[in-house]
Design a protein. Structure first.
Length: 90
């Protein structure tokens, strides 16, 4: 497990020597790597169990390419809408 932030771009993956993430976590909030934030806890638990986890924070819902920046994950996408209800947000 690395102590750095989890990858949020292809460059971050390359710096770790990764070709592919095991999981890509798409979150509606900003990525905050702190144990008071649910996505950080889930991602770090997965990482501590040997999985490669990448984060896509606040993708542009109008651009389908915004969720493809880390490529196709080996095992799956994890999706969290975020802390704020989407209807309140709009």
């Amino acid at each position: 497990m690395m102590k750095d932030y989890l990858p949020i771009s292809r460059d971050d993956m390359n710096n770790r020597g990764w070709e592919q993430c095991d999981f890509v976590y798409v979150i509606g909030d900003a990525y905050v790597d702190h144990p008071s934030f649910g996505p950080a806890i889930i991602s770090r638990v997965l990482e501590s169990n040997g999985y490669k986890v990448g984060i896509i924070a606040q993708p542009d819902w109008k651009d389908e390419n915004s969720i493809q920046i880390l490529g196709t994950p080996r095992l799956g996408f994890l999706v969290c809408g975020g802390n704020m209800d989407t209807m309140v947000n709009h």
